[in-house]
Design a protein around this ligand. Sequence first.
Ligand code: HEM
Length: 472
Amino acid sequence: RNFKEKLWWVPVIPGYPILGNALEFRDSTKTLERMNHYMLKYQGLCCFTLLFRPLILISDAKFCEWLLSSTTILTKSKDYQFLYNWLEGGMLISTGSEWRKSRKILTPAFHFAILEQFVEVFEKPTAIFLDCLRKQMHNEAINVHPLIVNYTLDIICQTAMGVDLKVQKESQNDYVAAVDAMCKTVVERAFNPLKSFDITYRLSPDYYREMRNVKLLHSVSNAVIDKRRKEMESEKDNVEIVNDDGTKRKMAFLDLLLKSRDEHGQPLSQEFIRREVDTFMFAGHDTTASAISFIFFCLANHPDEQNQVLSEIKEVLGEGQKITYKELQEMRYLEMVIKESLRLYPSVPFYSRQTTEDVLYEDGKVIPQGITLIVSSYAIHRNPHVYDQPGKFIPSRFLNLESKPFTYLPFSAGPRNCIGQKFAMLLIKFALINVLSNFEILPSNPSCEVVLSAESVLKARNGVNIRLKSRT
Ligand code: HEM
């Protein structure tokens, strides 16, 4: 009752006694459209409950700005704790001084000088990816998502971690299957009150399955760290290196972690490094794979846009020119295509915070302690008051769109925004240029819509199906 009194100013979605609105949100393929519906009905702000747990759902730009810019409401909601067994206290779920420490150590790993070096590293895994696509050309309906997941995982391992897991060369990868299972578990536990309590969950077979997956995931990340540690030892101090102009070369993600010292001058612990490696392997590959998959889908269904991107590629690159960081920055139309696809299909369709004390929003409007605040980027991006024909794929809208703050949030915003945003944009552009130069992307035969499923990262329940035709 206490929180209901304090939240007098937030409209409430009617629900059932005890269960609240749990039944409405239990199917992950309905969650996003439900959120969208309520955001339109209640004009961007409303409250609902899951069992006795109160949550505020937000798409209102002013409220999003207040929340995401806050330097005090930085704690992620308790749903992120469902990732704890795997990610432990990694940057995505940590809070307070632990989070600040991670963010400070790892921000230099995304400096443009590092990203610039990565473009060359993208080449080999991309060539393997093109081969994988070529093998599927006879297929009338290729579900590209699993191929793209393997590709982005290979890329993140080779760039950030400096190791080659050769995921694309294996037909079945246990690591990828375990990540997939973990993503599903998190959303199931967040929206299914029966699975959300630790006491009951630990008695269920799901818990034992999760523990098996966590063991496997940790063994892979430990192996990645040990391999790189040994390589660095054998290279002695050659990794501490200078550029041609004598300046100190910036170190990539894992090298930075292995070389960093804490406030007492001690090396970072294996546990600290492992949870950041786990966090970045997860946060880096699954989100980017979702983005690339949905861009394929959008381009397959919009041949004019595809041709426009192809013309830009020819104009910027000319004949057979090598792709460098500079050219990637010049691809303006391609950038609009990526932005528009992320508007319709944001890889992280909602994210949330938790209040740790009563906070004043404005004019006597208080948000009580312990409330979960969910920002629905999916609903924000489909708001007809902001976007004309919001359901349509129109990349050129970004040419003229009057930029209204906090109405486009695929990478979140503020102090806890996505640290890997520039890396992701670079990789997506590189992948698309290579694919579009080699293949025409077509709708599958028979054509097939995507059934969106909110599984911490946005997925298509029925796969992302397309067809490919060689351009050569
Ligand atoms: C298209 C690709 C991507 C999208 C759409 C995306 C989106 C997001 C979003 C919305 C958040 C905020 C989540 C929250 O508040 O809970 C986030 C956080 C984060 N992202 Fe990304 N991301 C992408 C790629 C990447 C990549 C490539 C990396 C790393 C290599 C990465 C690493 C992270 C990390 C570590 C955080 C947590 C930051 C913090 O809490 O301080 N992401 N991302």
